[in-house]
Design a protein around this ligand. Structure first.
Ligand SMILES: *Cc1c(COP(=O)(O)O)cnc(C)c1O
Length: 391
């Protein structure tokens, strides 16, 4: 297909739900992508957080190739080995729990809402936070603390109370005898890279224990080593009751999961919840390869090292360009808040071969692959600097 043919087909045959960048990609490897003209790009926002290992990681490719030639799909009323192995791995690296498999972040969060309601036996309200993002299905939208995503879709499901992020008093004020859970992202992604405070998180955990509320960690974007720990909650010394994962769990293939503390994991019994494709063999093999790569390639250590390096570089830019308001984040989940809108800066970076994202109007979101190198960071920083200089 030629470039124009691709654009034509999208225009005529695909619903226009995405704001698109006019690039057609054909190949990827690590932090690099190549477009249809064989032009190379440095991808510092691979897969919107779904490619923590970069593009086409060899371990993921190998696992998928092997599994696809043996058994592609087996429904969840039978057993298969990849799911058994993956669930064991996930529980080993998190906390004593059981896993429910699905296909996306929104679906994992829906499972958490349903479990919470069953657990609550009449208590059903879930407290969420301003600038959170929990997905696009109706209940996930109701949980999302950003009005712009909700407009035009009312009535949304009841039972969600949104309060100010990092504000313990605000949480206490809305807790009632109907409250069953508190849900948060430890680092808000779509909402502009806002990091939960240590004291706030400890206080939430205590509050949940006192009032018998479930603490739900939406780790769809923060999970799988992104923040320098395998899961972001591990930075805080607390354990959630429920954790949801998706994005990079599958190394670029679609998977979602809910990990529920053992004591409450049987709340959803046979027939109460399901997902046809959840935890299918090929995807589970891909996710197992992701765990293996993180361990064998020491990606937690690399994430911390490269995060320090990137933060230093970005802070140097901040000192030089007053346009930058603040650099914040955790691990390789970094936000560069500008004093102006970020859209044109992102466009200029793309023109110069660097892919980054802008969220919440003014926040450049930089989340390179966890196996990124110093050399790649140098190149990205110099492109960003040349763009800042030109403004
Ligand atoms: C992306 C995201 C979701 C939604 O995931 P989908 O797979 O797109 O449904 C939910 N929560 C967070 C924190 C996310 O970043």
């Amino acid at each position: 297909m030629k470039l124009e043919e691709v654009f034509d087909s999208y225009k005529n045959n695909i619903m226009p739900t995405y704001t698109k960048v006019p690039l057609v990609f054909v190949k990827g490897k690590g932090s690099k992508l190549w477009d249809i003209h064989n032009q190379a790009y440095l991808d510092f926002f691979p897969g919107w957080g779904a490619c923590n290992l970069g593009h086409c990681h060899p371990k993921v490719m190998q696992a998928v190739r092997d599994q696809i030639s043996k058994l592609i799909f087996i429904p969840n009323n039978y057993y298969h080995i990849p799911q058994a192995k993956l669930a064991r791995e996930m529980v080993y690296w998190s906390y004593p729990a059981k896993v429910f498999f699905c296909n996306s972040g929104a679906e994992a969060n829906e499972a958490a809402f349903k479990l919470s309601r069953k657990y609550g036996q009449g208590r059903y309200e879930i407290i969420t936070f301003t600038n959170s993002f929990h997905g696009r299905t109706l209940a996930a939208l109701a949980a999302t603390g950003q009005k712009k995503y909700q407009e035009g879709f009312s009535p949304l499901p009841e039972g969600f109370k949104c309060v100010k992020f990092n504000d313990l008093e605000a949480v206490k004020q809305v807790i009632s005898d109907k409250t069953v859970a508190i849900m948060l992202e430890f680092v808000q992604g779509e909402g502009g890279i806002n990091v939960a405070g240590q004291d706030f998180v400890l206080a939430l955990r205590k509050l949940c224990d006192e009032k018998k509320l479930l603490l739900i960690a939406d780790e769809v974007q923060t999970g799988m080593a992104r923040t320098g720990k395998l899961f972001a909650y591990q930075n805080y010394g607390v354990t959630p009751d429920i954790m949801t994962l998706a994005k990079s769990l599958g190394g670029g293939l679609p998977i979602g999961a809910m990990i529920v503390k053992k004591e409450i994991a049987d709340t959803l019994g046979p027939g109460t919840h399901a997902s046809t494709f959840g935890g299918s063999p090929v995807i589970c093999r891909a996710a197992l390869a992701v765990f293996k790569a993180i361990q064998e390639e020491k990606l937690l250590a690399n994430t911390k090292k490269m995060a320090d390096y990137l933060f230093t570089k970005l802070n140097m830019l901040k000192d030089k360009y007053p346009l930058i308001q603040e650099i914040r984040g955790l691990g390789l989940m970094i936000g560069v808040e500008l004093k102006v809108e970020g859209k044109s800066i992102v466009e200029k970076c793309i023109e110069k071969g660097l892919l980054i994202n802008c969220t919440h109007v003014k926040v450049l979101r930089i989340m390179p692959a966890l196996n990124v190198t110093k050399k790649e960071i140098d190149k990205a920083a110099s492109i960003l600097e040349s763009v800042l200089e030109s403004i």
